[in-house]
Design a protein around this ligand. Sequence first.
Ligand code: ADP
Ligand code: ZN
Ligand code: ZN
Length: 747
Amino acid sequence: MLILQVAIPVPLPRLFDYLPPKNILPEQIQVGMRVRVPFGKTVTVSEELSLLEPELKTSQLKTKSYVGIIVKLAENSDFLDKLKPALELLDSTPLLPPDLLQLFQWASDYYHYPLGEVINTALPNLLNQGTNANLESNHRLKLSMTATTLNFDNTKMSENARTILKLLHDYPDGLNRNSLLHQLPNAATTLRSLEKKGWIIAEEKSNYGVNQALHLNDAQKQAVDSILQHSKQFYPCLLDGVTGSGKTEVYLQIIEAILKQNKQALVLVPEINLTPQMIHRFEQRFHVPIAAFHSKLSDKERLQAWLSARDGESPIIIGTRSAVWTPLARPGVIIVDEEHDLSYKQQDRFRYSARDVAVVRAQRAKIPVVLGSATPSLDSLFNAQQQRYSHLILPERAGAAVHPSFKIIDMRRQPDKNPLSQSLQTAIQRCLDHRQQVLLFINRRGYAPTLMCYECDWVATCQHCDAKLTFHGDTQRLQCHHCGASRRIDPKCPKCGHPRLHLLGQGTERVEERLLESFPTARILRIDSDSTSSKRAMHTVLEKIHAGEVDILVGTQMLAKGHHFPKVTLVGVINIDGGLQGVDFRSSERVAQLVMQVAGRAGRADDPGLVLIQTFHPQHPLLLHLIGQGYHEFAQAALAEREEAEFPPFSRLALLRVEAMSREAALQFLEDAKRRAELLNSEQKVSFWGPVAAPMERKANKYRAQLLIQSPQRDALHRLLSQWLPTFPMFNSKLHWSLDVDPQDLL
Ligand code: ADP
Ligand code: ZN
Ligand code: ZN
């Protein structure tokens, strides 16, 4: 008997067995197809529900149904007498190519997350809902020159392939992909392999145009050459080049060569909506269909982009984190731009790192993967030093631009509480006089992060979190940046009744206000998630900046990501002291990256840039390293500290987090878990730190605690996790736990 082993999006780490749907022949069923299956207890619809939904009759039985993926076919099942038939077969050919299904399986094992939920996270919504997976294609398929010379009856190939080739032979002008699949409904998989072989080509491909590429400098040329020399094997490399050194140009020229080999390029970027310029450059260079996964896509467009990548009709695929799961008919290269960026790590539910998945994916597909950054993560730098990655360095800015110079401003010597020091103000004025742009960075939105009473030391805090409330001037309200709660500002101190309260510290709004006072004629633009929330707004903002309609930009890290602001010559970092004293072992790395990224916005064209950093800790070793010797020297020092402390990359971590209704419940859960883990740790290759309360213990009324699991050996850690996780209670309505493999922060 044929049994379908199906992955379903439920939080249980196993597959579920079903019989084939009624009226479906076993030979119609293949691994990688979707089925709709019944799941769970049958629910009796209660009277209340039938009042709400009159069409449901009282006590009518309702079974939940899910869309799942057939992962394996078996002959037998442990639950044979209890098996139900699947309700419906949703695909006539496998939706998921085998390599992608295997990647999902790897990710499920590595991140210890149920396969069904991995797949559910990775696929476009419409596919999860069971929508037809038909590519609406206007590509015409033709036999290639090689194929026209074949003798179909004598060449060794499958019957299916022969039928397809013969059909296309009758259409020398090409046949629309949809009409071909209509005539031969089971042809999709074979068609893909024939395209991969180069026997069938999509007509549009012959028109692939490439616009004028730049003449590469020596370092760029070396990088491109070394990647292309290894284009048919797994070749992981770190493209390490300061902002403006021409990394994007390197990507473009590698992709050009990959397209010529009739293969596809997958490009990951941290923030697609914030970087329309990146896509624009690709579109300018290549006249080919580009599948860009940005958030403006409708569900339908997203599905079509996914299918066009799977069927090989889009040679270039660009997207954020989740695009790493896009199927590729003919993978040629994967590029991860700004590889250090935190957004590559999903921070909830399925906590994967798209950068790490990209490397694994390239390894499995035997293709190069390029990790590009001006401020590489310590993990990648270490991999390069260990010669696991090849280290390609672009030391100079391309074209005419030169490196900016740095200066630290000691804020302890400022006479008043003005967030803009005297030196910064003077420098701003000089820029304005020369009609140059200024960029001011402050890592906090709102007006002021603290509302305080000087009489009794009361501070406005969130009712639901262990956090202070930020005052927002535009709404005149206090807001919690952790749970979103907000309330009106207190007219007097709620504790001692004193009528005067004080706003302390700086946010973007307050800095903007100060700028308006000091530079009344300057055109000032604030950019943070309050002022620039919609994608449209960001687009307008960027246009204004480029058109020179702005003199001073003030904003959060939204400004730091990948933008090119050629007219900016002065960058001011208002305050980074929060980051300097961070509690996390990665916080110094993050601050260093942020400072360098913001600094990289300065002086990209012909005017040299100046970066002024205001701090109350001018002697902080991190700052001195960074500014005195540069990012790489900083990174060496930081790596030495990590080695000393046995933190990654010198060890492997996993973090078990729990949220519960009380501190005791949270800690108790982790104590129990730790005890079970210690029983499995007979070889003592894994250490446990904690449990401890999370740095912000209470968030949205939940108490949070964590247990850190560490091992010098990745294998030992994962062996333990695999044995340990099955001992966890899956459903617990009182608390929520989650495991984070390779956590990016310990917060
Ligand atoms: P990155 O991606 O490292 O920030 P880009 O590729 O965007 O750098 O290059 C920065 C600027 O330098 C761009 O305006 C680009 O057109 C220009 N550029 C890049 N490579 C060259 C080159 N070989 N010759 C001249 N200009 C170049
Ligand atoms: Zn008070
Ligand atoms: Zn809150």
